[in-house]
Design a protein around this ligand. Structure first.
Ligand SMILES: Cc1ncc(COP(=O)(O)O)c(C=O)c1O
Length: 401
């Protein structure tokens, strides 16, 4: 992808001051807002809210600062911040779909997303088809005249497949479908909206915040879509109320400023581990190695200054072998045996038994998710060689290599 669009520069170029010239914008600590005149309040309820805040579930200044920075990072007209990644995903989908509509989704997605699509949406009469997102012919075949959403993750969880966003965007444009992309694994590395995605969703719980001290999410899209979700009469965000707390917004905003450096380090460390894992003959998935089936695609679509990401999956074949390995890695200080990702410490878990446990075993098998697949979110370790030596010592002591 052309590196003309620079997510980190877009964030750097935003100047957001507090009311006393504070370099960090003042935090809004209010649920409601006063109006000097009745007319302004009535106008605000009719959506004429420029520079005006009426109630924190709708908008508040702290959320606006963070939303503006995220919109700049994605190059979208607007954004809205939510209380979790799932809130961002469900709000976007419920805004776009009504009873009788249809969704096509990558079968490989975060387990919570899979469960929402598979188990929750049918009660609203929304039909969902699951496809292998790499197989464009089956994506095309699955699209119907009433398909409102094509859903995918730029780098899928946990199989680390790369979605060809420009190709998928072309298919959706032909069909009048909205392309919704979860970019949680690869903020800054990919700019899905610049490649044709209509809506980009995030779990900010992960890399964007990077501190594991809260759950949060975001929806980046056109100004029209953000106005639609926050409409007082019909907006899914306004009516279901999944708003992010403004205190959290202000802390995430500060962490956003270091995201580009953190992504580079996560990627650098993951690349080192991937190369070493390959060297010792471990079965593994890392999109930054030429043998990954979408290495070339990723290389073409990514902004190359942030690397190939911090996620690696290794396959030790069975859950019985994965368990003692993860326990030993935790004991020896490699990181934490925990779900989630994007933290400064390395996190690892058995995907099939944790974050993808919502996916029935036969579907796990179909998508190639091995029962021994351990997903690593590689941390910001200063000495990654030392970390590798510790991981290797666990493999040797368990006689896995
Ligand atoms: C790719 C992806 N999207 C969305 C989510 C959900 O985010 P949250 O836990 O913030 O609701 C997750 C979480 O685990 C995830 O891995």
């Amino acid at each position: 992808m052309s590196d003309k669009f620079c997510p980190a520069c877009a964030i750097q170029d935003i100047n957001q001051f507090g009311e006393f010239g504070d370099v960090n914008p003042s935090i809004t600590d209010s649920a409601t807002y006063t109006f000097l005149t009745e007319k302004t309040m009535i106008d605000a309820f009719h959506g004429e809210t420029e520079g005006c805040f009426l109630y924190s579930r709708h908008w508040n200044p702290s959320n606006k600062y963070l939303s503006d920075s995220l919109a700049a990072m994605e190059g979208t007209e607007a954004a809205w911040v939510t209380a979790s990644g799932m809130a961002a995903i469900t709000t976007a989908i419920l805004q776009l779909c009504s009873a009788g509509d249809h969704i096509v989704t990558s079968v490989t997605t975060y387990g919570g997303t899979f469960a929402f699509l598979q188990n929750y949406l049918p009660k609203f009469g929304i039909d969902v088809s699951f496809v292998n997102i790499e197989d464009h012919e089956s994506v095309r075949k699955a699209l119907r005249p009433n398909t409102k959403v094509l859903y995918t993750e730029t780098m899928t969880n946990p199989m680390l497949q790369i979605s060809d966003i420009p190709a998928l965007a072309e298919m959706t444009r032909e069909n009048g479908t909205k392309l919704v992309v979860d970019n949680t694994f690869t903020p800054m590395i990919f700019s899905p909206a610049q490649m044709g995605a209509d809506i980009v969703v995030y779990s900010m719980t992960k890399f964007i915040n990077g501190k594991n001290d809260c759950v949060a999410g975001a929806i980046c899209a056109s100004a029209e879509f953000i106005a639609d979700i926050s409409d007082v009469n019909s907006g899914t965000a306004m009516l279901l109320g999944p708003v992010l707390d403004p205190l959290r917004s202000s802390s995430i905003l500060k962490n956003l400023a270091t995201l580009h450096i953190r992504m580079q380090k996560h990627s650098q460390n993951a690349m080192y581990l991937a190369k070493q894992f390959k060297e010792i003959g471990l079965k593994m998935i890392y999109p930054g190695l030429p043998e990954h089936p979408q290495y070339k695609l990723m290389t073409n679509l990514m902004h190359n200054s942030y690397g190939y990401g911090g996620m690696i999956a290794i396959d030790v074949e069975t859950a019985e072998k994965a368990a003692p390995f993860m326990e030993m890695m935790q004991e020896r200080g490699v990181g934490y045996h925990a779900v989630s990702l994007g933290y400064f410490k390395t996190l690892f878990s058995n995907s099939g038994k944790s974050t993808s446990s919502e996916v029935p075993e036969e579907i796990q098998k179909e998508m190639g998710l091995s029962p021994g697949l351990i997903r690593f979110s590689v941390g910001l370790d200063h000495d990654i060689k030392r970390t590798f030596e510790t991981i290797k010592s666990c493999l040797v002591d368990l006689k896995y290599i």
